[in-house]
Design a protein around this ligand. Structure first.
Ligand SMILES: Nc1ncnc2c1ncn2[C@@H]1O[C@H](COP(=O)(O)OP(=O)(O)OP(=O)(O)O)[C@@H](O)[C@H]1O
Ligand SMILES: [Mg+2]
Length: 400
């Protein structure tokens, strides 16, 4: 046993001294000896002992049970009661404070030592279990949030796919309808047929590519590896292309003067971060347009000018920097401190869960050793992801 520190609370001086001698004989430290409950509490606050030996019946205003309760509740220090007799009523009352043991006075050295040892051991185990449970609970919470964010991103993805499919589906419909006319007007020959097959297959391939892109984006990554964030940003924009076009939002990936910027991590997790930021910007733009057209009462509104998102990739002091900047009106200053909190959302009921930014922060900061922050800029916000830049060992950064 390490040199445990014990506090004695006992109003009979002879007994207190006797206890102290015995405890010190074992090589333990006595932090203080008090005779009154109030003194015992302030001594415990000051010394933070590992264990308190507490006389159940104290002479002052406060009895030992009350003093023990306060020490345990406020400081979490375990208590062993000292009692001269086993009065059932008193013991019953003492039980509520969940003591770590009782010692009947006068006690012999061996009982004292064994009881102290047991109490310290049990307390340490309790603490250990409590901490383990806390860590596990935190881990489960995080897992749940990440899962929730993934589901919500998947919902958005379905929306993106249906946008990307709309155009090829339309074209396919037109091609198919035309074959009937071609037959009627006697145009159905070899040349027509091969053209028909070629055009149809082009549309079908485009649709199938969208789908495999989708599947790839949601496959969990097996291991960390270096990837180029410019290429990743291009991929995400290409994927949102249909949706962005439908919303008439202009997106640019800017990376002047740099060909590739490598960071190490889980590519799909990083894609999810970029998607979360993009979806937020898209939502902000849509909301701002709505607000403006309401304010303008359908007069000539300026909403036609709203709708641009820039993904800018640069490097600074061996860090890779990705900035997602929009003109969606920005985060109201009063809410700025809260947007990274889990479940914080300003969206209508059923539209947002409020986990996008929280999860993005966890993914960037704990999984990739970077940071995620934001600032309001003119007309909108700019979210900034900072990540340590890595070298690209050629064979490990293939195939995004
Ligand atoms: N680009 C932005 N412009 C303005 N406000 C933003 C922007 N990004 C985030 N916010 C604000 O931060 C809040 C939290 O964003 P977060 O992505 O965590 O949740 P959410 O988008 O509301 O829901 P979801 O769980 O679907 O992502 C948003 O509700 C919004 O008020
Ligand atoms: Mg969001």
């Amino acid at each position: 046993m390490e040199r445990a520190r014990i506090q004695i609370v006992e109003d009979e001086a002879v007994i207190a001294l006797n206890l102290r001698n015995k405890i010190e004989e074992f090589g333990l430290t006595v932090t203080s000896m008090s005779a009154v409950g109030e003194d015992a509490i302030s001594a415990a606050e000051k010394d933070k002992p590992d264990l308190v030996l507490m006389d159940i019946v104290l002479r002052g205003k406060m009895d030992g049970i009350e003093a023990a309760r306060q020490i345990k509740d406020r400081l979490g220090i375990p208590v062993i009661y000292l009692t001269a007799y086993s009065d059932d009523k008193i013991l019953e009352k003492a039980e509520i404070t969940e003591p770590f043991g009782y010692l009947l006075k006068p006690c012999n050295s061996r009982d004292l030592m064994v009881t102290i040892k047991m109490a310290l051991y049990k307390h340490r185990m309790d603490e250990y279990r409590r901490k383990a449970e806390e860590v596990e609970k935190q881990r489960q919470n995080e897992k749940l949030l990440i899962e929730q964010a993934r589901l919500s991103a998947m919902g958005e993805m379905l929306r993106a796919i249906s946008h990307n499919w709309r155009q090829p589906l339309n074209s396919l419909g037109l091609i198919v309808q035309d074959i009937e006319d071609a037959y009627k007007f006697g145009e159905l020959n070899d040349a027509y047929l091969s053209e028909f097959v070629r055009n149809s297959m082009a549309e079908i391939n485009a649709m199938s590519e969208t789908l495999s892109g989708y599947r790839n984006m949601f496959k969990p990554d097996k291991q960390k590896r270096p990837f180029d964030i410019i290429e990743a940003a291009d991929g995400v924009c290409a994927f949102l292309h249909g949706q962005l076009r439908a919303l008439a939002i202009d997106v640019k990936v800017v990376s002047s003067g740099t060909e590739a910027v490598y960071v190490s991590g889980y590519l799909n997790e990083f894609r999810q971060v970029m998607l979360n930021l993009m979806f937020n910007s898209m939502d902000a733009i849509v909301e701002r347009r709505k607000a403006q057209s309401m304010a303008a009462h359908d007069a000539i509104s300026s909403q036609g000018n709203i709708g641009s998102i820039t993904m800018e990739i640069t490097r600074k002091d061996s860090m890779a920097v990705l900035k997602v900047t929009d003109d969606g009106g920005g985060v109201p200053p009063l809410l700025a401190g809260r947007i990274f909190e889990p479940y914080f959302t300003t969206r209508e009921q059923g539209k947002g869960v409020g986990v996008g930014l929280y999860v993005s922060k966890v993914l960037v900061e704990t999984h990739m050793g970077g940071s995620l922050s934001f600032e309001n800029v003119e007309n909108g916000t700019s979210f900034c992801v900072l990540l340590p830049e890595t070298d690209c060992a050629d064979d490990s950064c293939t195939g995004q």
